[in-house]
Design a protein around this ligand. Structure first.
Ligand SMILES: *[C@@H]1O[C@H](CO)[C@@H](O)[C@H](O)[C@H]1NC(C)=O
Ligand SMILES: *[C@@H]1O[C@H](CO)[C@@H](O)[C@H](O)[C@H]1NC(C)=O
Ligand SMILES: *[C@@H]1O[C@H](CO)[C@@H](O)[C@H](O)[C@H]1NC(C)=O
Ligand SMILES: *[C@@H]1O[C@H](CO)[C@@H](O)[C@H](O)[C@H]1NC(C)=O
Ligand SMILES: *[C@@H]1O[C@H](CO)[C@@H](O)[C@H](O)[C@H]1NC(C)=O
Length: 502
């Protein structure tokens, strides 16, 4: 049975009903923000100066909030670090921080700004939400004092958390989330002691929230969907595009599709550091997305979503290794080139003919590809790649990846290097692998870093195949990105086994 076709059939079936019941759908907005950075200083500036800087960004965000509300949006997401950037140490961050109380205190900062001491940023965000009658999601730094009664208390007596805040349409603080999986450059911040699973209910569905690099981990991201059954994920991020696999729009759309949720992602826009890629994604396809390395302006995206998105998640309906395990009598490639992509050593084998069947294996993972190009160009090389192992930089996670990529040049050592354009059309491809996990995220990217969900589909037997009826663009990559989410003790066991060479 064809999964995507099923969804389309489903949409047709319910569409007349939806139209008569307005509450089945809602309008969401995300804003890709061209952040105005404060000057980097050695010494802390005054709180008043810090506020003046943040107000420059808040003025821009406020325009976006008003515009989104005018277009009927019920909620708007703004990016991680969207008020002040990230060039700080533990001293220079201080004037930018505010104490963010537990939302249980039932607080509307716009009405009672001084209730918990000075909180000018929360006051402003709350007023934006209240004045435009829209939920506002923003990212600020929460400050908490601690002392020696807490053995983990930092020596300067404070915790600083990368924090998402949500204000409802009356300006009330309804959610506070402290980012757990911090990235390089956030050494001045602290993770919370345990991951926090933060959800809140609205008239337009149940929401969960996490931040940026959290998307690579099980807790809280996967738990919010699997256990807490949220309808929509809110995702403030400041994401550098790592092509081919960690391009912002590709990973966001794959996560929405793989997990079966709506996904609202807001990124910083700064082309000189490769930051762009925001979107409003439904499980069946992106509703709106933005990737733009040409201009320096921010961008508001607004689109309609289902309050309770169907279809169910791919991990629960697809048997990811069924087809690949049925393939017998194949000979895995022996002429392989080893290439390191983002600290992981992949093996690649070239697609030497215009069409064919090739396989590549590493340990218990075999990747199989059947393909037919419109023509085999001399100036472009494509390769089938595999990675099956533990990623150990910026946190540890076990990956199983089968990927068809356009290599950057015709030299095989450049396979997996970032490349944004191509000229080779694939009339057909079918990619599968003997995955040991149900969490496999399908990612397909076309020339110009474009998504085109209508040009591929996932079959119930785990094949990622092209839709031959749909004319597509030249291909950049087609990837099955498998994540093995293990408990920590299992993960340590695995590291031990790998170290022992088993
Ligand atoms: C230390 O912190 C704890 C918990 O926040 C608080 O109850 C206590 O009063 C503090 N002690 C001092 C000496 O500040
Ligand atoms: C992009 O980010 C850098 C800091 O990483 C900053 O210096 C530069 O001004 C930003 N560019 C724009 C157009 O804001
Ligand atoms: C191995 O692959 C490289 C790159 O695709 C190719 O140039 C070379 O001829 C191949 N060697 C053999 C023995 O097939
Ligand atoms: C690839 O394999 C399929 C069956 O798995 C077969 O029908 C097809 O002819 C093969 N193609 C090539 C080019 O070897
Ligand atoms: C391919 O690139 C590698 C690494 O840069 C280089 O050592 C090798 O000579 C190149 N091969 C060809 C055929 O240009």
């Amino acid at each position: 049975m064809v999964f995507i076709q099923l969804c389309v059939a489903f949409l047709f079936l319910v569409f007349p009903v939806c139209k008569s019941q307005a509450s089945d759908k809602y309008i969401a907005a995300v804003y890709e923000h061209a952040l105005v950075f404060p000057d980097v200083t050695e010494k802390p500036i005054t709180p008043a100066e810090a506020l003046r800087m943040m107000n420059i960004n808040l003025d821009i965000l406020e325009k976006a909030v008003k515009e989104a509300a005018k277009k009927g949006a019920r909620i708007i997401v703004t990016p991680e670090d969207g008020l002040h950037g990230w060039h700080f140490n533990r001293e220079t961050i201080v004037p930018y921080t505010e104490d963010v109380p537990d939302p249980q205190v039932n607080w509307i900062p716009c009405k009672y700004p001084q209730r918990f001491g000075p909180a000018p940023v929360q006051e402003r965000l709350s007023c934006m939400a209240k004045d435009s009658t829209i939920y506002v999601v923003a990212n600020i730094v929460d400050r908490k004092t601690c002392n020696s009664s807490d053995p983990l208390c930092p020596s300067d007596g404070r915790y600083y958390y990368n924090t998402n805040v949500v204000f409802d349409s009356e300006g009330k603080l309804v959610a506070r989330y402290h980012k757990y999986n911090l990235f390089t450059g956030e050494e001045h911040l602290n993770p919370p002691k345990e991951p926090e699973q933060i959800t809140f209910d609205t008239p337009f569905g149940k929401f969960g929230i996490f931040t940026c690099w959290d998307i690579m981990f099980y807790d809280p991201a996967v738990i919010l969907v699997n256990t807490l059954k949220v309808d929509t994920i809110l995702f403030p991020t400041a994401w550098f595009n790592f092509l081919p696999h960690l391009s912002a729009v590709k990973i966001q759309s794959a996560w929405a599709m793989g997990m079966g949720v709506n996904f609202l992602s807001s990124n910083i826009h700064n082309t000189s550091i490769g930051m762009t890629g925001s979107g409003i994604y439904a499980p069946d396809k992106p509703r709106e997305y933005y990737y733009n390395m040409e201009t320096d302006e921010g961008k508001l995206l607004v689109s309609e979503l289902d309050v309770h998105p169907k279809p169910s998640a791919l991990y629960s309906v697809v048997d990811w290794n069924l087809y690949a395990n049925s393939i017998k009598n194949f000979s895995p490639a022996t002429n392989v080139t080893r290439v390191v992509i983002y600290f992981d050593e992949y093996m690649f084998t070239e697609l030497t003919e215009a069409e064919g069947n090739i396989s590549i294996c590493h340990g218990d993972l075999c990747c199989h590809l059947t393909y037919r190009m419109a023509e085999k160009r001399k100036d472009e090389v494509y390769a089938l790649g595999i990675f099956n192992g533990l990623h150990v930089v910026e946190g540890q996670f076990y990956l199983q990846i089968c990927t068809l990529v356009k290599c950057k040049t015709t030299n095989m050592t450049t396979c997996g290097r970032p490349v944004e354009t191509s000229s080779t059309f694939f009339k057909e491809f079918s990619l599968s692998g003997t995955f040991g996990t149900n969490y496999v995220f399908p990612e397909v990217l076309f020339s110009g870093v474009q998504l085109a969900p209508e040009t591929f589909k996932v079959l119930k037997d785990g094949r990622l195949i092209s839709q031959s009826s749909v004319s597509s663009k030249p291909l950049l990559t087609a990837t099955l990105y498998g994540r093995c989410f293990l408990g920590l003790s299992l993960q340590h066991e695995l590291i031990r086994l790998i170290a022992a060479g088993v």
